[in-house]
Design a protein around this ligand. Sequence first.
Ligand code: NAX
Length: 327
Amino acid sequence: MKTPLRVAVTGAAGQIGYSLLFRIASGAMFGPDQPVILQLIEAPVEKVMLALAGVAMELEDCAFPLLKGIVQTSDPAIGFKDANWCLLIGAKPRGPGMERADLLKDNGKIFIGQGRVIDAVAAADARVCVVGNPANTNCMIAASQAKRLPPERFTAMVRLDQNRAQTQLAQKAGVDLTAVKDIFIYGNHSPSMFPAYAQATINGKPATSVITDTAWLQGPFCEIVGKRGAAVIAARGLSSAASAANALVDHVRSLVTPGAIHSLAVKSNGHYGFDANVWAGMPVRTTTPGSYEVITGHAMDDFAKSKLAATNKELVEERAFVAEMIA
Ligand code: NAX
């Protein structure tokens, strides 16, 4: 029997948490022979902690053989203690009339605190994955507080956008989903992101030779993928939750699978013209479990360059809003 992995999850009583925790405990994230201990972290609010207790009861009632323990806490120092994986889902949602700058600052406080605590108490091999929005900038903020853990340990999720883009290309081409490969997301997890269709293949051929409607690729395709979250809210009355949880399972599963090629938001280091200090979506190849290298050198045409510049501008602006906090 392997040693259990300690998996800390913030926002564990929220919508995404409710779809995610059962899949982690069932083995979908770390594999069918990897036991886990779930360390569930929630806001220090009585009603929320009660809801968390209910989720923990349901986890117990599943009798998952791989689930070796559940911690319930509102204290990050307890929740992140010795964690191998820190999945940061909890964030403050944008309220009515709230400015983007205020949202960034309010979340900045949360992610500064969590970044510091993770750096102080998590396991030596800790990996941090940020889902709570604005995910890229929250990830950058948390990483900025770390002295022990290097920045490449901090990634933000753009996998939901990748999955959405894969499905849209398959539907347009009238092919099975699995025929679409190498569709990567560049930039921010926001409508400004760029799903780089020209790098994708469909049944091994360039996607642009199968879908020759360039106007659709540059217009509706990018728009549908970029605004899919809003479309789900309009239809369901609630934001994407099960698909977001599924994407986080994919994000981590790919990140622990050597050779996997997938999209992650990572510290840009200047790749693809992104500002060196923003966290931007880009293609990576997993090297060893939990580690990756950025796949550089994908050619970009003028349209792609203009999209990358726009999403980079937004990331740089977000960074500027919180610059004082992380200095
Ligand atoms: P919910 O509002 O259902 O749940 C969030 C939970 O986080 C709440 O239970 C709240 O009490 C908790 N929380 C807030 N502050 C916390 C803190 N400081 N420590 C611990 N817990 C805290 O939201 P949900 O639908 O689960 O979405 C969570 C986040 O994911 C949101 O920020 C959302 O915008 C973001 N998303 C990101 C996506 C992505 O692709 N990166 C897609 C889905 C989703 O929109």
